[in-house]
Design a binder for this molecule. Structure first.
Ligand code: XIL
Length: 420
């Protein structure tokens, strides 16, 4: 138990010393300031998720969850080891993981213990995004992501890379000089340097994140980002080719949201993503997997099924893997306040979704976007809690006291019931 806490604990202690405090904590604090995912609105009509992220500018008041737990509750102790998510997922060669905010992990030894007990793979929630790594054109700051890599190594976990090219994490200095900078060179050098730094140590990279947005009006449905505007659709191929060369052992994935439901706009997005990837494959552009972000909502089962099933089967038929990369269940549509009933509804949604995803052998990893209800991006932005803005979301597998919730058992059961 103590060993599990050791590494980040040491880092915390060392960082408190004058030598490291500047680099480690100031860089992480700086990342906490601008919301890394606040994309400027591109032309055209925004879709649901983008509208939500844009609205994050109206920050919600922080919720008071009380002091941090000083030890794991007995219910969390009871699901360690062979009862953990990763132990159950391993039986089917699935990776179970979660996104973690590195700063919160460093500050919270009990959280470290929980995470090390449960998962086989972690992804930094923000710390590998360009805006976090690149204070300026000539500077890279790997302090926070290096600390997480060391933590995962110490605990025999894998690390996932998120994300190299994304409209939502373009630093100010890129935006401000986008007409004078050689953006092709900036992107290529970014991929080479970041992947080079972690060569051989990252299981999979989201090379490009969220490149499709039909409402931007491009005939191929490409989102009109800084990168697209500078290079045209070829930026995708260039990014993946550069990535393969930089770290031939990392799996390369394209990651997107808004593909889970049977609604027409999502069906169209699925078609466009598949068309893009088919074109890439035909041109021998290296790609290994497609990420389904899976920011879903309670009630998911009422409006999904066929489209998603066909989508992941089409991915499998192209010879690619599927990763569930950012799973969480927004419960803002639940009208009753009773916690037990809300937790049951969230768990049911996890179960429905994962049963579908895990029924296809292409699905190789399931990561939630966060671990406990104490820290979720859904509580950070008004757009995600419009109906109940004063009610903290109960969207993740553990509650704010780190007790496993029905959602935890639903996720674990979904691994157990995997048939293929
Ligand atoms: C989010 C983080 O959770 C927030 O902390 C940050 O402020 C904005 O970005 N899709 C993605 C993730 O690919 O990178 C986003 O993460 C959530 C939506």
């Amino acid at each position: 138990m103590t060993t599990r806490r050791t590494l980040l604990g040491q880092i915390t202690t060392v960082a408190a010393s004058a030598a490291l405090s500047n680099s480690l904590f100031s860089s992480i604090a700086a990342q906490a300031q601008p919301p890394a995912g606040a994309p400027p609105r591109a032309p055209g009509q925004a879709d649901e998720m983008t509208t939500n992220i844009t609205q994050q500018r109206r920050r919600m008041p922080g919720y008071d969850f009380g002091p941090l737990p000083t030890k794991l509750p007995p219910e969390a102790e009871a699901v360690k080891g062979k009862n953990s998510l990763q132990a159950h997922a391993s039986k089917f060669k699935i990776l179970a993981g979660a996104a973690v905010p590195v700063r919160a992990l460093q500050a919270d030894p009990v959280f470290q213990e929980l995470v090390a007990d449960q998962y086989g793979i972690l992804v930094p929630e923000n710390e590998l995004k360009m805006v976090a790594l690149r204070p300026s054109l000539d500077k890279f700051d790997f302090t926070a992501s290096d600390a997480l890599l060391a933590f995962t190594k110490q605990h025999g976990m894998k690390l996932r890379g998120h994300t190299l090219v994304w409209h939502g994490s373009v630093p100010q200095w890129v935006r401000q000089q986008s007409s004078t900078l050689d953006l092709r060179k900036v992107m290529v050098e970014h991929i080479q340097t970041v992947m080079g730094h972690y060569k051989g140590q990252i299981q999979a990279w989201d090379v490009v994140n969220e490149a499709i947005l039909p409402s931007d009006g491009d005939p191929n449905g490409m989102r009109k980002t800084v990168w697209f505007n500078a290079m045209g659709p070829e930026y995708i191929d260039l990014a993946f080719r550069t990535a393969r060369e930089a770290d031939p052992n990392a799996k390369l994935s394209y990651n997107d949201y808004g593909v889970e439901y049977d609604k027409e706009d999502q069906a169209e997005k699925r078609r466009l993503i598949l068309a893009m990837v088919r074109r890439m494959k035909a041109a021998n552009v290296p790609i290994d997997a497609i990420g389904v972000q899976a920011h879903i909502r309670v009630g998911f089962n009422q409006s999904m099924g066929t489209g998603l099933k066909e989508y992941i089967e089409a991915i499998r038929q192209m010879g690619l893997d599927v990763y569930v990369t950012e799973l969480d269940v927004n419960e803002d549509d639940v009208t009753y306040d009773d916690v037990e009933k809300r937790d049951a509804a969230v768990a049911d949604t996890y179960r429905q979704f994962l049963t579908l995803m895990l029924s296809n052998p292409a699905t190789k990893a399931v990561l939630t976007w966060g671990v406990t209800d104490r820290r979720t991006w859904l509580n950070g932005f008004n757009g995600h809690s419009q109906k109940f803005p004063n009610r903290p979301q109960r969207c993740l597998p553990f509650d704010a006291a780190y007790k496993p919730k029905p959602a935890f058992f639903a996720i674990r059961d979904s691994f157990d019931h995997k048939k293929i």
